[in-house]
Design a protein around this ligand. Structure first.
Ligand SMILES: Cc1ncc(C[n+]2csc(CCOP(=O)(O)OP(=O)(O)O)c2C)c(N)n1
Ligand code: SF4
Length: 352
């Protein structure tokens, strides 16, 4: 059965329209598909259904929903232990509308490798009724930056064909907001407290997406739920490539980041506007390419916002806005600026 895309339905007058370039297997070029959010909502059933127990304001289900709009056909989801898993599969219920496997905290990429190998074997022996069955992993930062890194690296090195989506809420949220390798410097967590001894976490965030680039897999990208079209396109590209693909999606957590539940999308927007979390993609052929708002900022640096804009709406950084911690804030700004400069130097489409 060939891969299916959305039927082209005319957009209603006055509705915003976006052009999404869908890559179809077997096609030399690209198929343009005009769509908007209403069409997607009406025509594509997302992989995750309402009724789950994730907190109001949690970005994780938005990430799954947006990602699943880009699924091209039969898809198996592998889900590491974490908030997304525990809150969507409370026995005897499930919120998943696709085949879904829960695996241990540390080995989602190993599980995905096994699933992908089984699919390949079925195909080889003529027992697969579809052209392809895609494998998509969703795992948190604890399950990716830290405990699952070796299985992810191994799967990337072996070249298994799956898309790994990291939803990065920057701490071990499910077990009570403990710091992870994805927690940014000076953020409060329950294991990196703020007080007279410590100003929050004292180490920088691990550059996980760059670590995946170093594996030279076919596709690596960063994304946020606020830049939804950019995200959907990246998911589709990650699924279409043959071999491992990795998407690092920033996933705000109102419990751990201490923000108002209404600010989920605004926080993602500010993360990109301040260059705290730049949007880019990387392939072996193109190298780093800035995308969406980050490309706009590179072209017009006046759009870049100070880091306070990202920090000021989150309780986990409240201490940084106190007068006595101005030097910490300055240090964070310098760090963000140097990482951004470094990216500008590497990005092939950044203005020189
Ligand atoms: C080997 C192992 N160690 C610890 C745990 C306990 N545990 C379950 S979920 C979790 C935190 C998950 O954090 P993350 O991957 O960031 O996902 P989040 O909950 O933030 O979505 C921990 C420590 C476990 N299940 N297995
Ligand atoms: S604790 Fe955070 S990551 Fe977990 S469900 Fe709530 S908002 Fe989402």
């Amino acid at each position: 059965m060939p891969a299916q895309t959305l039927p082209q339905i005319p957009i209603k007058k006055g509705e915003p329209a976006y052009k999404l370039w869908i890559f179809e297997p077997g096609w030399k070029g690209e198929l343009p598909l005009i769509l908007n959010l209403r069409q997607m909502a009406e025509q594509k059933r997302p992989a995750i259904l309402p009724g789950h127990r994730l907190c109001a304001g949690c970005a994780a289900p938005i990430i799954v929903k947006l990602a699943s709009f880009a699924f091209r056909g039969p898809t198996i989801v592998v889900n590491a232990t974490g908030c997304l898993e525990v809150a969507t599969t409370i026995f005897p219920y499930t919120s998943w509308a696709v085949p879904w496997i829960h695996n241990a905290f540390e080995n989602s990429a190993a599980t995905a490798s096994g699933v992908e190998s089984a699919i390949k074997a079925f195909k080889k022996t003529g027992r697969l009724q579809w052209d392809h069955v895609d494998v998509v992993v969703f795992a948190g930062d604890g399950g990716t930056f830290d405990i699952g890194l070796q299985s992810l690296s191994g799967a990337a090195e072996r070249g298994h064909d799956f898309l790994y989506i990291l939803y990065d809420n920057e701490a071990y949220m499910n077990t009570g907001i403990q710091r992870s390798g994805g927690t940014p410097k000076y953020a409060w967590t329950t294991t990196s407290p703020v007080g007279t001894v410590l100003p929050g976490k004292t180490q920088n965030k691990k550059p996980i997406a760059d670590i995946m680039v170093a594996h030279r897999i076919p596709y690596v990208a960063t994304a946020t739920p606020a830049h939804w079209l950019d995200f959907i396109k990246k998911v589709r590209k990650g699924i279409e490539v043959n071999g491992p693909a990795f998407i690092h999606a920033l996933s705000s957590c109102d419990r751990g980041w201490r923000h108002d539940t209404s600010l989920t999308i605004e926080i993602s927007r500010r993360a990109v506007d301040t260059c705290y979390f730049p949007l880019w993609e990387w392939t072996p052929k193109t190298g780093y390419l800035l995308t969406d708002r980050s490309l706009a900022i590179a072209r017009n640096p006046k759009l870049k916002q100070p880091i306070e804009k990202f920090l000021e709406i989150q309780g986990r950084f409240r201490h940084l806005l106190k007068p006595e911690n101005r030097h910490l804030l300055r240090e964070l700004q310098e760090y963000v600026d140097s990482v951004w400069e470094d990216l500008l130097n590497r990005a092939a489409n950044a203005p020189r």
